[in-house]
Design a protein around this ligand. Structure first.
Ligand code: ADP
Ligand code: AMP
Length: 215
């Protein structure tokens, strides 16, 4: 199963990708997670990326295209993968098409999670992530049993620096300008299925599974 989860920041891509990863035993490739790990490790690439991420802007295409090209060649991607947060621009999508052709792989589906802007802002301002294991929560829609503490590993929950309302609105504008055109790109290729991401987490998962069966 080789698929892309498309959708704006906060649409639920990471939440759904983790559930699909468990179900199909294929890796989630989140460029956001990879970039945050590089920032944490203090690499040169991480330092450059941090300025873009803090501003709510995109990291240059060449950087993320290189990251994904390397990642797709790792052994655990042989049976499939879930791309989450990539591609985000038409040039990234074109580079991905070329990379997959080189590797002799075809996408099975591109699933687009559709969510209203004000719901996205509410989801992103309430998003929390475990500092230790990376598990995601929402203070209202998916709360931990004990506030601020991860159910899975008892780690401390944190809020991402870019999940402040001003940066969120900037990211949503960047999404509308640079990423939204990708729906047309994948529709032309006959790969796009739109899914109602406004439903609760379990129901979105059911819709995604149904779309994958139909793909
Ligand atoms: P993305 O990876 O697309 O940026 P996330 O998966 O991190 O989005 O989800 C953003 C926030 O919204 C998280 O706090 C998550 O718990 C919450 N969330 C995800 N899906 C839903 C949903 N269907 N309904 C309500 N909240 C959701
Ligand atoms: P995310 O975790 O997907 O919300 O991404 C967080 C931030 O990482 C984004 O706001 C961008 O600055 C950067 N980023 C992640 N993926 C990409 C990508 N495919 N292209 C450019 N920048 C990206």
């Amino acid at each position: 199963m080789k698929l892309i989860l498309l959708g704006p920041p906060g649409a639920g891509k990471g939440t759904q990708a983790k559930m699909l990863t468990d179900r199909f035993s294929i890796p989630q490739i989140s460029t956001g997670d990879i970039l945050r790990a590089a920032v944490k490790a203090g690499t040169e690439m991480g330092l450059q990326a941090k300025a873009c991420m803090d501003a709510g802007a995109l990291v240059p295409d060449a950087v993320v295209v290189g990251i994904v090209r390397d990642r797709l060649q790792e052994k655990d991607c042989q049976a499939g993968f879930i791309l989450d947060g990539f591609p985000r621009t038409v040039p990234q999508a074109e580079a991905l098409t070329a990379t997959l052709a080189e590797l002799g792989k075809n996408l099975d589906a591109v699933l687009s999670l559709e969510v209203d802007v004000e719901a996205l802002v509410e989801r992103l301002t309430g998003r929390r992530t475990c500092r230790d294991c990376g598990r995601g929560y929402h203070v209202k829609f998916d709360p931990p049993q004990q506030a601020g503490i991860c159910d899975a590993c008892a780690g401390e929950l944190m809020q991402r620096d870019d999940d402040q309302e001003a940066t969120i609105r900037k990211r949503l504008e960047v999404y509308r300008e640079q990423t939204l055109p990708l729906a047309g790109y994948y529709q032309e290729l006959g790969l796009l299925t739109r899914v109602d991401g406004m439903q609760e987490i379990g129901s979105v998962q059911q819709q995604l599974l149904a779309a994958l069966q139909a793909a």
